[in-house]
Ligand binder design. Sequence first.
Ligand code: PLP
Length: 388
Amino acid sequence: MTATIDLDANATTRPLPAVVSAMRETLEVAWGNPSSVHRHGMDARHRVDLARHSVASLFHCRPGEVVFTSGGTESANLAIRGVLDRFRGSQRRILATSRLEHAAVRECAERLARREEAEVAWIPHDETGVVDLQALEALLDERAEEIAIVSLMWANNETGVVSPIAEIGECCRRHGVVFHCDAVQWAGRHRLDWSALPVDLLTASAHKFHGPKGIGVLLTRSGAGFEPLLVGGPQERQRRGGTENVPGIVGLGVAAEAAARSIESGAWNVAARRDRLEQSLLARCAGASINGGSAPRLPNTLNIAFPGLEAEAMLVLLSERGVYASAGAACSSGSLDPSPVLLSMGVPPEAAHGSVRFSLSDETTDAEVDEAIERIAEAHARLSRSMV
Ligand code: PLP
């Protein structure tokens, strides 16, 4: 049987064995409700507290600044809608964001605008996928008093393009505006020092760094108040009601400890492997080009356009050959629509239709990259032949 090669780490990563066993053990022996005052409850509470400390240590924040949520989507919604809700009735009704954001932010913004619950200011970006800092600055100069929150991502899930987060944050600080950063593709893979970061609210998700799905965090600065989305319980210091997902939180804690070690060792700095994949595919696949290629990028991400081909067809063929990748965001694959992020970057529709994302993990080996190059180039040749 052909060995499979997973080049879809931006969609998700394999839960570590230590994560799985800690979660299983929690389900079996620590199934109490952390709010209960008896021993079962106290055991569960203790495990949640330990995990909170592990997360705080990974992100260099205080345990009290960590709010556990059901993942990146909920954290981003909580930040944006929670801050807008806090400013309800005031003149701060603007959400400033960009069309490059993950659907968790972009669709939240579109919905808020449609329902007239917020005015959305779309911050422009260049064709490499980097937001225009001067445009942000000009917007803040002009309308800071009306802006409830700025929400911009750290690293793009599709192209890997990295934003100048510190500069964006400084700009928001100067204007006294709350800044939320969707750091899902950065957090747990690369160093993130919350104590030195000019960010008020930050979203991270466990399954992007070998933790379980359905659990994430919102890091919160004390000044950046927000209303909870979920009410009905005092959990997470009134910031997120509902009995805690104890096994998920424990799994996240274990993943956070491993992530701290892997960041220390630079395990996610896989640029050399990614570059080899990129150069080889550019050389062997006529007409191919890199989306976002001239911007600063995550070291693990390659978004490559094969004009004239259908990304879906390529993904199916690759999957048959044991190479797993994505087109656009994982959640929208299955639809034939090209990625709105690529279109917004000015990638021509034909190239966007034929764009595939390969994302390596800290577990991807040199041998896998070599083998993937052969299988991808061969799939490309076969599809190109069938197009003539
Ligand atoms: N933000 C970004 C940049 C992402 O890549 C993702 C998931 O792919 C999310 C948010 C949503 O996170 P989750 O899957 O934990 O809801």
